[in-house]
Ligand binder design. Structure first.
Ligand SMILES: C[S@@+](CC[C@H](N)C(=O)[O-])C[C@H]1O[C@@H](n2cnc3c(N)ncnc32)[C@H](O)[C@@H]1O
Length: 265
């Protein structure tokens, strides 16, 4: 099976990611860690760590020696290693985790399941490396609904270019509570729960939101960067109109779904 279209769009510099969707990652990481029941003394794996937003929160709570992380993007792994010395950060996909069975108390994946080449195999791997009784947990955006930035972005893009509908992240798999719960239950996880969380990010002004999109990061940025200059100007104006923001600072909210389940004893 080939990579889903989005997976290839994370080979960009970490700083571009930080300024785009990465703005929401730290607050989301706190919510995911809480939902997963991570406790001091736990050894935890961050799958699809990106530049390390969740990894950083885990290191702050547990100590670097208790944290491992993987991602298939070389620039992200390099940034995560640089930012979090002492954590075990490796270049690997979720579907082939370089760890022994039951090596962790918890395995977490933040904004990753929908980008996996084979989500079922990925979740099976998260389960394999987690001890019996441990937690496998993930967060995904509510792309089709209340992830404001990305929903408005794709609505604006499709309004101007109906063919952008093929790239709209709102139709990605495993981004609804039912699909996510099904993925967790089918993997054989117990006590499966899916709950919403709303986080937010601050922007200095609309330019602050738009600039990282031109750097090509994530499916939204890759689409924006693929447009001609004239098309970019039109999309920028349409997105700004739909968000109703301008030169003043503003905040946007973003809803995610968090799935948790326990590895059967
Ligand atoms: C939206 S980013 C999330 C990064 C980070 N977890 C965060 O919350 O900021 C998606 C990440 O999934 C990674 N990814 C894509 N395919 C993957 C796979 N098959 N296994 C693990 N990670 C994958 C990408 O390289 C990227 O770092």
């Amino acid at each position: 099976m080939g990579d889903p279209p989005g997976a290839a769009t994370f080979g960009t510099p970490a700083e571009a990611y930080d300024r785009h969707v990465g703005r929401y990652s730290r607050e989301l990481a706190g919510a995911l860690i809480h939902a997963a029941g991570v406790r001091p003394g736990h050894r935890v794996l961050d799958v699809g760590c990106g530049p390390g937003a969740l990894t950083r929160e885990l290191v702050a709570r547990l100590g670097a020696e208790q944290v491992a992380a993987v991602d298939p993007s070389a620039p992200f792994v390099e940034a995560c290693r640089r930012r979090l010395p002492g954590a075990d950060v490796q270049l690997a996909p979720a579907e082939r985790l370089p760890f022994a069975d039951a090596a962790f108390d918890d395995a977490l994946a933040q904004l990753v399941v929908n980008f996996m080449t084979d989500p079922r195999a990925g979740v099976r791997e998260l389960q394999r490396v987690t001890r019996p009784g441990g937690t496998v947990a993930a967060a995904v955006w509510d792309y089709a609904g209340e992830m404001t930035l990305l929903r408005r972005f794709w609505d604006a893009a499709v309004a101007l270019d109906p063919s952008a509908g093929d790239r709209d992240e709102g139709s990605m798999p495993f981004c609804t509570p039912d699909e996510l719960a099904g993925l967790w239950s089918t993997a054989g996880l117990a006590d499966v729960r899916v709950s919403p969380v709303v986080v937010s990010a601050r922007y200095d002004d609309f330019e602050d939101l738009w600039r990282p999109l031109e750097l090509g990061v994530a499916p939204s940025g890759a689409y924006a960067a693929s447009l001609s200059r004239e098309q970019q100007i039109d999309l920028k104006a349409e997105l700004r109109r739909r968000l109703g923001v301008g030169q003043e600072p503003f905040r946007l909210t973003a809803r995610a779904w968090i799935a948790t389940g326990h590895v059967p004893r």
